[in-house]
Design a protein around this ligand. Structure first.
Ligand code: GDP
Length: 473
């Protein structure tokens, strides 16, 4: 995740902004060991629109420090905190105007954080009702030398949309341009190496599927942008295996079957030709399947997902793939709030109806043409992938099982099946085996209960997981 640090002199509202950004999410407080004092930096995962990022609140540094100028105190941040941040939000208090301390912080940022993109936020703007006052404050804030300031109010939430608009293009640029970290060079097909270390760091294979003209090529281009690297057909593989690859958040993502569907889409006329047989074969090669739907078509029709699309979605889940639903062409509904809401409401519901066994399949609303939502698509793809790679040790799993079984209400305690042992036999997708004693067997209800509890307790909803049964004498 990209990381933003909140900086500014005391009392400009850093903590208020921090709290607003992370909402009710849990903040993690960690200690930065210093020479004389222990400083707390609050850290949390923030959400702003469809942007997710890590946010660090440097406020704790000031209160913990006992002496020295703000410069001396903030310099302490360099080691641990600044290196982790790619962006800074530099808060000033718009009611006070620029203070000498603000200028000091500005100088310090230029000196120690030159690689960090800094945005000036004029906080407490809710108090300035006159437009003219705000404009002159903005002119003054310009003097800090960090470009156009954004007027916000951490207290009331004013200006969050503008902050979003400022951050979005910066994030996109950042997320799509991370360098390789070596690991990414691995061939994704050699999954044998996955057994050591974190499997979710392996390159992921993404298939973009959907009917012709829903915008798959457009989405693909938005994802690849200028950094397109087309991988040629490998020896021994068919032309269908041509892959495109790109970087996102320090990972390599391979787009599988790109040539295959592009070619088919070119030949095909009309909406009826999405080949289900063909797609099943291709789904097997993908880790995550992004099913693209057309928002305009959904707005006009009764069902949001048609028969063929349902087939594809079901197949993906049945084949144990992760699924992300992408509703494209949202720009066409911008003028019509009622249709917009209808689509945003209908699609998740219908996906849930047609795939009742998996709750919480992510649905993302985008405009591939405008390049909007591609970061959100990739966040969901990666989140789904990480869940798909989830692995739990047998000891933890059994401790969990004992607890969860006591929570479960058995219809008849005399026939309560005895699970001797529970283990995860593989990840990608997570697959578990219950070892039952004697002839007892878990009912479908029990299996559903276990599945649901696993998903809830370990936050692995939205993906297929499997539970198998074995009996031991
Ligand atoms: P594919 O067959 O699924 O690959 O679809 P294309 O990417 O070729 O797109 C089909 C048509 O839809 C083209 O005319 C695109 O310009 C248009 N299109 C794609 N994405 C969007 C979008 O987000 N908004 C709008 N308005 N049109 C789009």
């Amino acid at each position: 995740l990209p990381t933003i640090i909140l900086v500014g002199r005391p009392n400009v509202g850093k903590s208020a902004l921090f709290n607003r950004l992370i909402r009710r999410r849990e903040a993690l407080v960690y200690n930065t060991p210093g020479d004389h004092v222990t400083r707390d930096i609050r850290e949390g995962v923030a959400k702003l629109g469809d942007l997710r990022f890590r946010v660090l609140d440097s406020a704790g540094l000031e209160t913990a420090a006992t002496s020295g100028s703000i410069l001396a105190r903030t310099v302490d941040m360099t080691g641990n905190v600044l290196v982790r941040s790619q962006f800074a939000i530099f808060l000033i208090d718009v009611r006070d105007g620029l203070q000498p301390l603000d200028l000091e912080v500005g100088q310090w940022l230029r000196k120690h954080a030159s690689g960090i993109h800094t945005i000036v936020a004029m906080n407490k703007s809710e108090s300035l009702d006159e437009h003219g006052v705000l404009t002159s404050a903005a002119g003054e804030a310009h003097r800090l030398g960090f470009g156009d300031p954004v007027a916000i109010s951490a207290e009331t939430g004013l200006g969050m949309a503008e902050l979003y608009e400022t951050l979005r293009p910066l994030f996109e640029e950042y997320m799509f341009q991370l360098p390789n970290n070596g690991l990414n060079q691995d061939d994704p097909t050699s999954e044998a190496e996955a057994s050591e270390g974190d499997e979710s760091k392996l390159p992921l294979q993404l298939a973009i599927v959907g009917r012709p003209n829903v915008g798959k090529s457009t989405l693909l281009n938005a994802l690849l942008q200028e950094q397109r690297v087309l991988v040629g057909p490998e020896s021994g593989l068919t032309r269908d295996s041509i892959r495109a690859k790109f970087q996102f958040d320090n990972r390599t993502v391979y787009l599988v079957d790109t040539a295959g569907w592009m070619e088919r889409a070119g030949k095909e006329k009309g909406p009826s030709s999405l080949s289900v047989v063909q797609s099943r074969k291709n789904l097997m090669r993908a880790h995550i399947v992004a099913l693209v739907l057309d928002a305009e078509k959904i707005a006009k029709s009764k069902n949001s997902v048609d028969h063929q699309e349902v087939m594809i979605a079901r197949q993906a889940i049945e084949e144990g793939r992760g699924l992300v639903v992408v509703v494209n062409k949202m720009d066409l509904l911008r003028e019509n709030q009622r249709l917009l809401e209808k689509v945003m409401d209908a699609v998740p519901k219908e996906i849930q109806t047609v795939i009742p066994q998996v709750t919480g399949i992510p649905v993302v609303f985008v405009s591939a043409m405008e390049g909007r939502g591609r970061v959100a698509v990739m966040h969901h793809v990666i989140e789904t992938y990480e869940k798909w790679c989830f692995r739990l040790s047998t000891s933890r799993l059994n401790r969990w099982l004992r607890k969860v079984m006591s929570r479960h209400s058995w219809k008849d305690s005399a026939t309560q099946p005895k699970v001797k042992y529970f283990t995860q036999v593989k990840a990608r997708p997570p697959t578990f085996v219950t070892f039952m004693s004697g002839k007892t067997e878990l009912s479908d209800t029990d299996i559903r209960f276990l599945t649901r509890s696993l998903k809830e307790d370990f936050d692995i909803g939205g993906i297929p997981i499997r539970i198998l049964q074995r009996s031991i004498p």
